[in-house]
Design a protein around this ligand. Structure first.
Ligand code: ZN
Ligand code: FE
Length: 257
């Protein structure tokens, strides 16, 4: 019997989340990205866990900026995208699209999701129904297109959308309320979205996290996953248009919302 993994989430910086993934059986602990080295080391301490790995999603400072300090303090192994290795400080093990590695008896699948950055990767643990998606997918949102094209990002998001409905999605930022406001502006008649807005607003009023989310809920309410859904395309006034164009226009409107 392989023990289930424990995920410990904590706020970092102004709106990031840090994550520790702990395997109690083999005493392994990974952190997903390193938004804030001191916060990560403090959370490890508090849980009595020893860090063994960092899984990096992409090179941005609020994701890999604490790599070297955390590695210096713990001697952990840093895993990241081999195609972006030059930008991942302290990288030890390179992975790429389609790779799978073992973490405490659980398979960790790696998908390349270019769009936010060219070298962005996400980590999916199918037997735990859990995924760490960095800045590719947010609750009712997606990452800004800093390096990739709309076509690349649409393809990336389409792959995440294909995961089972109950897949728990840990995204790296608490952007949910702002994302929900935008989503309602382009998808005003979506009942699931209207309902979700109320839940999200209630949670944020008392400063509770809205992360994690689930892919089934995102499929129903996230405008960036709906570029090929007829009701959404119609709401955008783009009936008959290619999903890539609809996605690109949605992203453009969000950028200036
Ligand atoms: Zn980023
Ligand atoms: Fe970020």
């Amino acid at each position: 019997m392989t023990a289930d993994l424990e995920v410990h989430m904590f706020p970092c910086l102004s709106d990031n989340y840090g994550f520790l993934v702990h395997d109690p059986e083999n005493d392994l602990t990974a952190c997903i990205d390193t938004p804030d080295a001191r916060a990560i080391l403090a959370e490890l301490d508090r849980n009595g866990w020893t860090l063994t790995h960092i899984f990096n999603t992409h090179h941005h400072g609020d994701h890999a900026g604490g790599n070297l300090e955390v590695k210096r303090a713990t001697g952990c192994t840093i895993i990241g995208n081999g195609n972006d290795a030059k930008r991942i400080p302290g990288i030890d093990v390179t992975v790429t699209d389609g790779d799978s590695f073992d973490f405490g008896g659980h398979a960790v699948h790696v998908l390349e999701t270019p769009g936010h950055t060219i070298g962005h990767i996400v980590y999916h643990l199918p037997d735990q129904s859990v995924a760490f998606v960095g800045d590719t997918l947010f609750a009712m949102g997606c990452g800004r297109l800093f390096e990739g094209s709309a076509e690349q990002m649409w393809r990336s998001l389409s792959r995440l959308r294909a995961w089972p409905d109950d897949t728990v999605i840990y995204c790296a930022h608490e952007y949910t309320l702002a994302n929900a406001r935008f989503a309602l502006s382009v998808d005003a008649n979506n009942k699931a979205l209207i309902e979700r807005m109320e839940e999200v607003a209630a949670k944020r009023r008392v400063e509770r996290p809205t992360v994690p989310t689930r892919i089934g809920l995102e499929r129903a309410t996230n405008p960036f996953l709906r570029a090929d859904v007829p009701e959404f395309v119609e709401a955008m006034g783009m009936t008959g248009r290619d999903p890539v164009d609809v996605f690109a226009e949605t992203r453009r409107r969000k950028d200036s919302f």
